[in-house]
Design a protein around this ligand. Structure first.
Ligand SMILES: NC(=O)c1ccc[n+]([C@@H]2O[C@H](COP(=O)([O-])OP(=O)(O)OC[C@H]3O[C@@H](n4cnc5c(N)ncnc54)[C@H](O)[C@@H]3O)[C@@H](O)[C@H]2O)c1
Ligand SMILES: O=C/C=C/C=C(\O)C(=O)O
Length: 489
Protein backbone atom coordinates (compact mmCIF):
# COMPACT_ATOMS: atom_id res chain seq x y z
CA UNK A 1 0.00 0.00 0.00
CA UNK A 2 1.66 3.23 -1.19
CA UNK A 3 1.92 5.55 1.80
CA UNK A 4 -0.51 8.45 1.45
CA UNK A 5 1.34 11.41 -0.07
CA UNK A 6 1.48 14.26 2.44
CA UNK A 7 -1.07 17.05 2.06
CA UNK A 8 -0.02 20.19 0.22
CA UNK A 9 -0.79 23.41 2.07
CA UNK A 10 -1.65 26.22 -0.31
CA UNK A 11 -1.78 30.00 -0.25
CA UNK A 12 -5.11 31.82 -0.15
CA UNK A 13 -5.08 34.76 -2.57
CA UNK A 14 -8.00 36.78 -3.96
CA UNK A 15 -10.46 34.21 -2.63
CA UNK A 16 -8.71 31.23 -4.26
CA UNK A 17 -6.46 28.51 -2.80
CA UNK A 18 -3.36 28.40 -4.99
CA UNK A 19 -0.23 26.24 -4.88
CA UNK A 20 3.37 27.13 -5.70
CA UNK A 21 5.83 24.92 -7.54
CA UNK A 22 8.33 25.45 -4.73
CA UNK A 23 7.47 23.74 -1.44
CA UNK A 24 9.04 23.13 1.95
CA UNK A 25 8.43 20.33 4.46
CA UNK A 26 6.38 20.73 7.61
CA UNK A 27 7.92 18.39 10.21
CA UNK A 28 6.23 17.28 13.44
CA UNK A 29 8.37 18.24 16.46
CA UNK A 30 7.00 15.32 18.51
CA UNK A 31 8.55 12.58 16.39
CA UNK A 32 10.11 14.15 13.30
CA UNK A 33 7.52 12.76 10.86
CA UNK A 34 6.58 14.63 7.68
CA UNK A 35 3.20 16.31 8.27
CA UNK A 36 2.71 18.12 4.97
CA UNK A 37 4.41 19.95 2.18
CA UNK A 38 3.85 23.69 2.12
CA UNK A 39 3.74 25.98 -0.91
CA UNK A 40 6.50 28.59 -0.78
CA UNK A 41 5.48 31.96 -2.24
CA UNK A 42 7.90 33.74 -4.55
CA UNK A 43 7.93 37.50 -4.99
CA UNK A 44 5.36 37.44 -7.79
CA UNK A 45 2.97 35.39 -5.65
CA UNK A 46 3.33 37.84 -2.75
CA UNK A 47 2.73 40.76 -5.10
CA UNK A 48 -0.39 39.06 -6.46
CA UNK A 49 -1.69 38.86 -2.87
CA UNK A 50 -0.90 42.54 -2.30
CA UNK A 51 -2.75 43.45 -5.52
CA UNK A 52 -5.75 41.32 -4.47
CA UNK A 53 -5.86 43.16 -1.15
CA UNK A 54 -5.74 46.53 -2.89
CA UNK A 55 -8.60 45.54 -5.21
CA UNK A 56 -10.68 44.34 -2.25
CA UNK A 57 -10.60 47.80 -0.67
CA UNK A 58 -12.52 49.26 -3.61
CA UNK A 59 -15.01 46.36 -3.63
CA UNK A 60 -17.92 45.56 -1.25
CA UNK A 61 -15.57 45.43 1.76
CA UNK A 62 -14.67 49.08 1.35
CA UNK A 63 -18.35 50.02 1.44
CA UNK A 64 -19.24 47.97 4.55
CA UNK A 65 -20.13 49.70 7.81
CA UNK A 66 -18.18 48.86 10.93
CA UNK A 67 -21.28 47.02 12.16
CA UNK A 68 -21.24 44.84 9.03
CA UNK A 69 -17.52 44.14 9.48
CA UNK A 70 -18.17 43.33 13.14
CA UNK A 71 -20.79 40.77 12.09
CA UNK A 72 -18.26 39.24 9.68
CA UNK A 73 -15.73 38.85 12.50
CA UNK A 74 -18.31 37.07 14.65
CA UNK A 75 -18.99 34.73 11.72
CA UNK A 76 -15.28 33.93 11.54
CA UNK A 77 -15.30 33.22 15.28
CA UNK A 78 -18.34 30.98 14.76
CA UNK A 79 -16.46 29.17 11.99
CA UNK A 80 -13.45 28.49 14.21
CA UNK A 81 -15.78 27.25 16.96
CA UNK A 82 -17.48 24.91 14.50
CA UNK A 83 -14.09 23.39 13.57
CA UNK A 84 -12.53 23.69 17.03
CA UNK A 85 -11.17 20.14 17.19
CA UNK A 86 -9.59 20.48 13.72
CA UNK A 87 -7.82 23.67 14.80
CA UNK A 88 -6.61 21.95 17.98
CA UNK A 89 -5.28 19.00 15.99
CA UNK A 90 -3.54 21.36 13.54
CA UNK A 91 -1.84 23.40 16.27
CA UNK A 92 -0.80 20.28 18.19
CA UNK A 93 0.60 18.59 15.09
CA UNK A 94 2.70 21.63 14.12
CA UNK A 95 3.98 22.45 17.61
CA UNK A 96 3.71 19.35 19.80
CA UNK A 97 2.04 21.35 22.59
CA UNK A 98 -0.26 19.63 25.07
CA UNK A 99 -3.77 19.22 23.68
CA UNK A 100 -5.17 20.73 26.85
CA UNK A 101 -3.13 23.91 26.24
CA UNK A 102 -4.19 24.17 22.59
CA UNK A 103 -7.81 23.85 23.70
CA UNK A 104 -7.74 26.22 26.67
CA UNK A 105 -5.32 28.81 25.30
CA UNK A 106 -4.42 28.81 21.63
CA UNK A 107 -7.73 28.11 19.87
CA UNK A 108 -9.93 29.60 22.57
CA UNK A 109 -8.00 32.90 22.37
CA UNK A 110 -8.27 32.98 18.56
CA UNK A 111 -12.06 32.95 18.92
CA UNK A 112 -11.88 35.57 21.66
CA UNK A 113 -9.60 37.75 19.54
CA UNK A 114 -12.19 37.93 16.75
CA UNK A 115 -15.12 38.51 19.10
CA UNK A 116 -13.25 41.13 21.18
CA UNK A 117 -12.26 43.28 18.22
CA UNK A 118 -15.63 42.81 16.52
CA UNK A 119 -17.24 44.41 19.56
CA UNK A 120 -14.54 47.00 20.32
CA UNK A 121 -14.61 48.34 16.75
CA UNK A 122 -18.42 48.50 16.69
CA UNK A 123 -18.46 50.48 19.95
CA UNK A 124 -15.47 52.71 19.27
CA UNK A 125 -16.28 56.39 19.69
CA UNK A 126 -14.67 59.32 17.92
CA UNK A 127 -13.47 62.56 19.49
CA UNK A 128 -15.12 65.97 19.14
CA UNK A 129 -13.85 69.38 20.25
CA UNK A 130 -15.82 72.60 20.10
CA UNK A 131 -13.64 75.73 19.93
CA UNK A 132 -14.28 79.47 20.18
CA UNK A 133 -13.35 81.70 17.24
CA UNK A 134 -12.69 85.44 16.95
CA UNK A 135 -16.00 86.03 15.21
CA UNK A 136 -17.85 84.38 18.08
CA UNK A 137 -19.42 81.71 15.85
CA UNK A 138 -17.00 79.00 16.95
CA UNK A 139 -15.89 75.80 15.19
CA UNK A 140 -16.47 72.08 15.67
CA UNK A 141 -13.67 69.51 15.39
CA UNK A 142 -14.42 65.80 15.12
CA UNK A 143 -12.30 62.77 14.28
CA UNK A 144 -13.02 59.97 11.83
CA UNK A 145 -11.29 56.58 11.69
CA UNK A 146 -10.34 55.30 8.25
CA UNK A 147 -8.60 52.01 7.35
CA UNK A 148 -4.82 52.17 6.84
CA UNK A 149 -5.40 50.21 3.61
CA UNK A 150 -3.29 47.12 2.82
CA UNK A 151 -1.64 45.66 5.93
CA UNK A 152 1.13 43.04 5.95
CA UNK A 153 1.03 40.67 8.92
CA UNK A 154 4.00 38.45 9.80
CA UNK A 155 3.61 36.10 12.75
CA UNK A 156 5.75 33.62 14.72
CA UNK A 157 5.44 29.91 15.56
CA UNK A 158 5.23 29.96 19.33
CA UNK A 159 1.49 30.68 19.69
CA UNK A 160 0.63 30.39 16.01
CA UNK A 161 -3.13 30.99 15.74
CA UNK A 162 -3.37 33.15 18.88
CA UNK A 163 -0.76 35.60 17.60
CA UNK A 164 -1.89 35.56 13.96
CA UNK A 165 -5.50 36.36 14.91
CA UNK A 166 -4.32 38.94 17.48
CA UNK A 167 -3.33 40.96 14.41
CA UNK A 168 -5.84 39.81 11.76
CA UNK A 169 -8.91 40.51 13.90
CA UNK A 170 -8.30 44.22 14.62
CA UNK A 171 -6.90 44.81 11.12
CA UNK A 172 -10.13 43.51 9.55
CA UNK A 173 -12.33 45.17 12.19
CA UNK A 174 -10.84 48.51 11.15
CA UNK A 175 -11.64 47.88 7.47
CA UNK A 176 -8.19 46.98 6.16
CA UNK A 177 -7.31 44.22 3.71
CA UNK A 178 -4.46 41.97 4.85
CA UNK A 179 -1.73 39.67 3.61
CA UNK A 180 -0.77 37.27 6.40
CA UNK A 181 2.52 35.36 6.39
CA UNK A 182 2.57 32.78 9.21
CA UNK A 183 5.76 31.12 10.38
CA UNK A 184 7.13 28.32 8.22
CA UNK A 185 7.19 26.25 11.42
CA UNK A 186 3.42 26.49 11.96
CA UNK A 187 1.50 26.78 8.67
CA UNK A 188 -1.48 24.51 9.32
CA UNK A 189 -3.82 26.47 11.60
CA UNK A 190 -3.34 29.57 9.42
CA UNK A 191 -4.46 27.54 6.41
CA UNK A 192 -7.56 26.38 8.29
CA UNK A 193 -8.23 30.01 9.21
CA UNK A 194 -8.20 30.91 5.51
CA UNK A 195 -10.79 28.19 4.88
CA UNK A 196 -13.00 29.55 7.67
CA UNK A 197 -12.66 33.13 6.42
CA UNK A 198 -13.54 32.00 2.89
CA UNK A 199 -16.58 30.08 4.17
CA UNK A 200 -17.69 33.04 6.28
CA UNK A 201 -18.22 35.01 3.09
CA UNK A 202 -15.53 37.61 3.67
CA UNK A 203 -15.09 39.21 0.23
CA UNK A 204 -12.26 37.89 -1.91
CA UNK A 205 -8.94 39.65 -1.37
CA UNK A 206 -9.78 40.99 2.09
CA UNK A 207 -7.79 38.22 3.76
CA UNK A 208 -4.84 36.72 1.89
CA UNK A 209 -2.45 34.07 3.17
CA UNK A 210 1.00 33.42 1.75
CA UNK A 211 3.29 30.71 3.07
CA UNK A 212 7.07 30.87 3.10
CA UNK A 213 10.13 31.57 5.13
CA UNK A 214 11.59 34.90 6.11
CA UNK A 215 14.79 36.08 4.45
CA UNK A 216 14.84 35.67 0.65
CA UNK A 217 11.33 34.30 0.83
CA UNK A 218 7.71 35.38 1.36
CA UNK A 219 8.38 37.28 4.58
CA UNK A 220 11.05 39.50 3.06
CA UNK A 221 9.09 39.94 -0.19
CA UNK A 222 6.08 41.15 1.79
CA UNK A 223 8.09 43.72 3.75
CA UNK A 224 9.67 44.95 0.51
CA UNK A 225 6.38 45.33 -1.36
CA UNK A 226 5.63 48.90 -2.36
CA UNK A 227 1.94 47.96 -2.21
CA UNK A 228 1.57 47.64 1.57
CA UNK A 229 0.58 50.60 3.69
CA UNK A 230 1.62 49.15 7.07
CA UNK A 231 3.40 46.13 8.54
CA UNK A 232 2.71 44.43 11.84
CA UNK A 233 5.27 41.87 13.01
CA UNK A 234 5.80 39.54 15.91
CA UNK A 235 9.10 37.74 16.20
CA UNK A 236 12.74 38.09 17.11
CA UNK A 237 14.21 41.53 17.77
CA UNK A 238 16.88 41.13 15.12
CA UNK A 239 14.18 40.24 12.56
CA UNK A 240 12.31 43.35 13.62
CA UNK A 241 15.41 45.41 12.94
CA UNK A 242 15.75 43.87 9.46
CA UNK A 243 12.09 44.54 8.70
CA UNK A 244 12.37 48.13 9.89
CA UNK A 245 15.11 48.70 7.32
CA UNK A 246 13.00 47.04 4.60
CA UNK A 247 10.03 49.36 5.13
CA UNK A 248 12.01 52.50 5.90
CA UNK A 249 12.18 53.86 2.33
CA UNK A 250 8.40 53.77 2.08
CA UNK A 251 7.99 55.19 5.63
CA UNK A 252 5.42 52.48 6.36
CA UNK A 253 3.65 52.31 9.74
CA UNK A 254 4.99 49.43 11.84
CA UNK A 255 3.94 47.64 15.00
CA UNK A 256 6.57 45.32 16.48
CA UNK A 257 6.13 42.69 19.21
CA UNK A 258 9.66 41.40 19.71
CA UNK A 259 11.89 39.39 22.02
CA UNK A 260 12.32 39.49 25.76
CA UNK A 261 14.53 38.42 28.67
CA UNK A 262 11.91 38.77 31.34
CA UNK A 263 12.41 38.68 35.10
CA UNK A 264 10.38 37.21 37.92
CA UNK A 265 11.10 38.75 41.35
CA UNK A 266 10.12 36.91 44.55
CA UNK A 267 10.24 39.10 47.65
CA UNK A 268 10.63 37.71 51.17
CA UNK A 269 7.01 38.62 51.91
CA UNK A 270 5.65 36.68 48.90
CA UNK A 271 3.12 33.88 49.29
CA UNK A 272 5.81 31.20 48.93
CA UNK A 273 3.71 28.42 47.39
CA UNK A 274 1.98 30.84 45.01
CA UNK A 275 5.36 32.20 43.90
CA UNK A 276 6.76 28.72 43.28
CA UNK A 277 3.69 27.78 41.23
CA UNK A 278 3.80 31.11 39.44
CA UNK A 279 7.46 30.83 38.46
CA UNK A 280 6.87 27.26 37.27
CA UNK A 281 4.19 28.65 34.93
CA UNK A 282 6.15 31.71 33.85
CA UNK A 283 9.35 29.77 33.10
CA UNK A 284 8.06 26.48 31.66
CA UNK A 285 4.71 27.13 29.97
CA UNK A 286 4.78 26.09 26.29
CA UNK A 287 8.29 24.69 26.89
CA UNK A 288 9.43 28.23 27.68
CA UNK A 289 8.50 29.34 24.15
CA UNK A 290 6.51 32.39 25.17
CA UNK A 291 7.92 35.89 24.75
CA UNK A 292 6.70 36.68 28.27
CA UNK A 293 8.48 33.77 29.98
CA UNK A 294 10.76 34.44 32.97
CA UNK A 295 14.27 33.26 32.06
CA UNK A 296 15.64 35.43 34.90
CA UNK A 297 14.34 34.65 38.41
CA UNK A 298 15.45 36.71 41.41
CA UNK A 299 14.59 35.57 44.95
CA UNK A 300 15.17 37.41 48.22
CA UNK A 301 18.19 35.91 49.97
CA UNK A 302 16.21 35.00 53.09
CA UNK A 303 14.13 32.45 51.15
CA UNK A 304 16.56 31.72 48.29
CA UNK A 305 17.76 28.21 49.27
CA UNK A 306 14.23 27.10 50.13
CA UNK A 307 12.95 28.48 46.82
CA UNK A 308 15.65 26.80 44.68
CA UNK A 309 14.94 23.48 46.40
CA UNK A 310 11.21 23.84 45.77
CA UNK A 311 11.67 24.73 42.08
CA UNK A 312 14.14 21.85 41.60
CA UNK A 313 11.58 19.38 42.93
CA UNK A 314 8.80 20.80 40.74
CA UNK A 315 10.95 20.86 37.59
CA UNK A 316 12.09 17.27 38.11
CA UNK A 317 8.43 16.28 38.48
CA UNK A 318 7.33 17.93 35.21
CA UNK A 319 5.70 15.38 32.90
CA UNK A 320 7.24 15.61 29.42
CA UNK A 321 4.99 13.64 27.13
CA UNK A 322 2.87 13.13 24.10
CA UNK A 323 0.43 15.98 23.45
CA UNK A 324 -2.64 13.77 23.96
CA UNK A 325 -1.75 12.78 27.52
CA UNK A 326 -4.22 14.47 29.88
CA UNK A 327 -1.61 15.27 32.51
CA UNK A 328 1.30 16.22 30.26
CA UNK A 329 3.06 19.41 31.38
CA UNK A 330 5.49 19.96 28.55
CA UNK A 331 5.98 19.03 24.92
CA UNK A 332 8.95 19.43 22.58
CA UNK A 333 10.48 22.59 21.23
CA UNK A 334 9.23 23.70 17.81
CA UNK A 335 12.03 22.13 15.78
CA UNK A 336 15.40 20.39 15.85
CA UNK A 337 16.93 23.68 14.73
CA UNK A 338 15.51 25.54 17.70
CA UNK A 339 16.51 22.66 19.98
CA UNK A 340 20.10 23.01 18.76
CA UNK A 341 19.95 26.70 19.74
CA UNK A 342 18.59 25.95 23.22
CA UNK A 343 21.11 23.11 23.76
CA UNK A 344 23.91 25.49 22.76
CA UNK A 345 22.87 27.66 25.73
CA UNK A 346 22.72 24.57 27.95
CA UNK A 347 26.39 23.98 27.08
CA UNK A 348 27.27 27.69 27.34
CA UNK A 349 25.82 27.93 30.84
CA UNK A 350 28.22 25.27 32.08
CA UNK A 351 31.11 27.03 30.34
CA UNK A 352 30.03 30.30 32.02
CA UNK A 353 30.17 28.58 35.41
CA UNK A 354 26.53 27.74 36.12
CA UNK A 355 25.45 25.13 38.62
CA UNK A 356 22.91 22.90 36.85
CA UNK A 357 20.27 22.43 39.54
CA UNK A 358 17.97 20.41 37.25
CA UNK A 359 17.91 19.20 33.64
CA UNK A 360 20.54 20.45 31.21
CA UNK A 361 20.18 17.87 28.47
CA UNK A 362 17.87 15.77 26.31
CA UNK A 363 15.36 13.29 27.79
CA UNK A 364 15.49 9.67 26.57
CA UNK A 365 12.06 8.12 26.10
CA UNK A 366 12.78 4.90 24.21
CA UNK A 367 9.93 5.66 21.80
CA UNK A 368 9.07 7.89 18.78
CA UNK A 369 9.69 10.99 20.86
CA UNK A 370 13.42 10.29 20.63
CA UNK A 371 13.08 11.50 17.00
CA UNK A 372 11.38 14.68 18.26
CA UNK A 373 12.79 18.00 19.49
CA UNK A 374 12.55 17.49 23.24
CA UNK A 375 14.84 18.99 25.86
CA UNK A 376 14.90 18.68 29.62
CA UNK A 377 13.43 21.57 31.60
CA UNK A 378 16.44 23.19 33.20
CA UNK A 379 17.34 25.34 36.22
CA UNK A 380 20.65 27.12 36.74
CA UNK A 381 22.18 29.08 39.63
CA UNK A 382 25.54 30.71 40.16
CA UNK A 383 25.85 32.86 37.03
CA UNK A 384 26.66 36.58 37.12
CA UNK A 385 23.99 38.96 35.80
CA UNK A 386 26.16 39.75 32.76
CA UNK A 387 26.54 36.12 31.67
CA UNK A 388 25.25 35.56 28.13
CA UNK A 389 22.72 33.05 29.51
CA UNK A 390 21.36 35.87 31.67
CA UNK A 391 21.26 38.53 28.95
CA UNK A 392 20.35 36.73 25.71
CA UNK A 393 16.88 35.35 24.95
CA UNK A 394 17.05 31.52 24.92
CA UNK A 395 13.34 30.83 24.33
CA UNK A 396 13.33 27.39 25.98
CA UNK A 397 12.26 25.68 29.25
CA UNK A 398 15.00 27.19 31.37
CA UNK A 399 15.55 29.78 34.07
CA UNK A 400 18.41 31.08 36.17
CA UNK A 401 17.70 31.81 39.85
CA UNK A 402 19.75 34.45 41.67
CA UNK A 403 19.47 35.94 45.18
CA UNK A 404 18.98 39.63 45.95
CA UNK A 405 18.94 41.71 49.13
CA UNK A 406 16.94 44.89 48.67
CA UNK A 407 14.44 46.73 46.47
CA UNK A 408 16.79 49.34 45.00
CA UNK A 409 19.29 46.64 44.04
CA UNK A 410 16.72 44.42 42.37
CA UNK A 411 15.02 47.21 40.43
CA UNK A 412 18.40 48.15 38.96
CA UNK A 413 19.27 44.54 38.13
CA UNK A 414 15.93 43.82 36.48
CA UNK A 415 16.15 47.00 34.40
CA UNK A 416 19.73 46.26 33.34
CA UNK A 417 18.64 44.54 30.11
CA UNK A 418 18.49 45.46 26.41
CA UNK A 419 14.96 44.07 26.48
CA UNK A 420 11.88 45.46 28.24
CA UNK A 421 8.82 43.32 27.65
CA UNK A 422 7.40 41.84 30.89
CA UNK A 423 8.05 41.29 34.58
CA UNK A 424 6.31 39.25 37.31
CA UNK A 425 6.52 40.46 40.91
CA UNK A 426 5.62 38.26 43.90
CA UNK A 427 4.88 40.17 47.12
CA UNK A 428 2.01 40.47 49.59
CA UNK A 429 3.00 44.06 50.41
CA UNK A 430 0.57 46.26 48.47
CA UNK A 431 2.68 49.41 48.70
CA UNK A 432 5.75 47.53 47.50
CA UNK A 433 3.77 46.08 44.60
CA UNK A 434 2.72 49.49 43.31
CA UNK A 435 6.05 51.15 44.15
CA UNK A 436 8.24 48.60 42.38
CA UNK A 437 5.92 47.83 39.43
CA UNK A 438 5.99 51.39 38.12
CA UNK A 439 9.81 51.51 38.31
CA UNK A 440 10.39 48.40 36.18
CA UNK A 441 11.19 49.49 32.61
CA UNK A 442 8.93 47.12 30.66
CA UNK A 443 5.57 47.22 28.89
CA UNK A 444 3.81 44.67 31.09
CA UNK A 445 4.03 44.00 34.85
CA UNK A 446 2.09 41.23 36.59
CA UNK A 447 1.86 41.13 40.39
CA UNK A 448 1.11 37.80 42.09
CA UNK A 449 0.14 36.32 38.74
CA UNK A 450 1.51 35.87 35.21
CA UNK A 451 0.04 36.10 31.72
CA UNK A 452 -3.38 37.13 32.98
CA UNK A 453 -4.78 38.91 29.94
CA UNK A 454 -7.46 41.59 29.56
CA UNK A 455 -7.51 42.22 25.80
CA UNK A 456 -8.54 45.84 26.31
CA UNK A 457 -5.15 46.66 27.86
CA UNK A 458 -2.07 47.85 25.97
CA UNK A 459 0.35 45.01 25.08
CA UNK A 460 3.93 45.56 23.96
CA UNK A 461 7.48 46.21 25.02
CA UNK A 462 10.18 48.86 25.22
CA UNK A 463 13.80 48.84 24.04
CA UNK A 464 14.52 45.73 21.91
CA UNK A 465 11.16 44.22 22.92
CA UNK A 466 9.07 46.19 20.52
CA UNK A 467 7.56 49.29 19.01
CA UNK A 468 4.02 50.40 19.73
CA UNK A 469 1.15 48.87 21.66
CA UNK A 470 -1.69 46.61 20.54
CA UNK A 471 -4.77 45.64 22.50
CA UNK A 472 -8.10 47.38 23.00
CA UNK A 473 -8.22 50.87 21.52
CA UNK A 474 -4.45 50.76 21.01
CA UNK A 475 -5.09 48.23 18.23
CA UNK A 476 -7.86 50.40 16.77
CA UNK A 477 -5.43 53.34 16.79
CA UNK A 478 -2.70 51.36 15.01
CA UNK A 479 -4.97 49.76 12.37
CA UNK A 480 -6.74 53.05 11.54
CA UNK A 481 -5.82 56.40 10.14
CA UNK A 482 -7.46 58.98 12.40
CA UNK A 483 -8.35 62.23 10.62
CA UNK A 484 -9.58 65.47 12.24
CA UNK A 485 -12.32 67.46 10.51
CA UNK A 486 -12.78 71.09 11.57
CA UNK A 487 -16.09 72.78 10.63
CA UNK A 488 -16.38 76.58 10.93
CA UNK A 489 -19.81 77.29 12.42
N1 LIG B 1 6.60 40.40 21.97
C1 LIG B 1 5.72 39.48 21.63
O1 LIG B 1 4.49 39.65 21.78
C2 LIG B 1 6.19 38.19 21.03
C3 LIG B 1 5.24 37.17 20.88
C4 LIG B 1 5.69 35.94 20.35
C5 LIG B 1 7.01 35.74 19.98
N2 LIG B 1 7.88 36.77 20.13
C6 LIG B 1 9.28 36.57 19.77
O2 LIG B 1 9.38 35.83 18.54
C7 LIG B 1 10.56 35.03 18.57
C8 LIG B 1 10.21 33.58 18.24
O3 LIG B 1 9.49 33.57 17.04
P1 LIG B 1 10.21 33.21 15.66
O4 LIG B 1 11.37 32.31 15.88
O5 LIG B 1 9.15 32.81 14.68
O6 LIG B 1 10.79 34.65 15.22
P2 LIG B 1 11.44 35.02 13.82
O7 LIG B 1 11.76 36.45 13.88
O8 LIG B 1 12.49 34.05 13.44
O9 LIG B 1 10.23 34.79 12.76
C9 LIG B 1 8.98 35.42 12.95
C10 LIG B 1 8.32 35.55 11.60
O10 LIG B 1 9.11 36.42 10.80
C11 LIG B 1 9.42 35.82 9.57
N3 LIG B 1 10.74 36.33 9.18
C12 LIG B 1 11.95 35.89 9.57
N4 LIG B 1 12.93 36.62 8.99
C13 LIG B 1 12.30 37.57 8.22
C14 LIG B 1 12.75 38.62 7.36
N5 LIG B 1 14.05 38.87 7.17
N6 LIG B 1 11.82 39.39 6.72
C15 LIG B 1 10.50 39.14 6.89
N7 LIG B 1 10.01 38.15 7.67
C16 LIG B 1 10.90 37.38 8.34
C17 LIG B 1 9.39 34.33 9.84
O11 LIG B 1 9.18 33.59 8.66
C18 LIG B 1 8.20 34.25 10.81
O12 LIG B 1 6.99 34.22 10.09
C19 LIG B 1 11.13 35.16 19.97
O13 LIG B 1 12.17 36.12 19.96
C20 LIG B 1 9.96 35.70 20.78
O14 LIG B 1 10.37 36.46 21.90
C21 LIG B 1 7.51 37.99 20.66
O1 LIG C 1 4.86 34.77 23.09
C1 LIG C 1 4.31 35.86 23.33
C2 LIG C 1 2.95 35.94 23.69
C3 LIG C 1 2.19 37.00 23.35
C4 LIG C 1 0.84 37.02 23.75
C5 LIG C 1 -0.04 37.96 23.30
O2 LIG C 1 0.28 38.83 22.34
C6 LIG C 1 -1.40 38.03 23.84
O3 LIG C 1 -1.71 37.29 24.80
O4 LIG C 1 -2.19 38.82 23.29
Amino acid sequence: MKPESPALLRHYIGGEFVASAATFDNIAPVDGRLLSRVSEADRATVESAVAAARRALSGPWGKMSVQQRSAMLHKIADGIEARFDEFVAAEVADTGRPVHQARSLDIARAITNFRTFADLAACANSDAFEMPTADGAGALNYTVRKPLGVVGIISPWNLPLLLLTWKVAPALACGNAVIAKPSEESPTSATLLAEVICQAGVPAGVFNLVHGRGADSAGQFLTQSAGIDALTFTGESRTGSTIMKAVADGVKEVSFELGGKNAAVVFADADFDAAVAGVMRSSFTNSGQVCLCSERVYVHRSIYDKFVTAIKQKVQALRIGFPEEADVDMGPLISHGHRDKVLSYYRLAVEEGATVVAGGGVPVFGDARDEGAYVQPTVWTGLPDNARCNTEEIFGPVCHIAPFDDEEEIIARVNDSKYGLACALWTTNLSRAHRVARRIHVGLVWVNTWYLRDLRTPFGGVKLSGLGREGGRYSLDFYSDVANICIKL
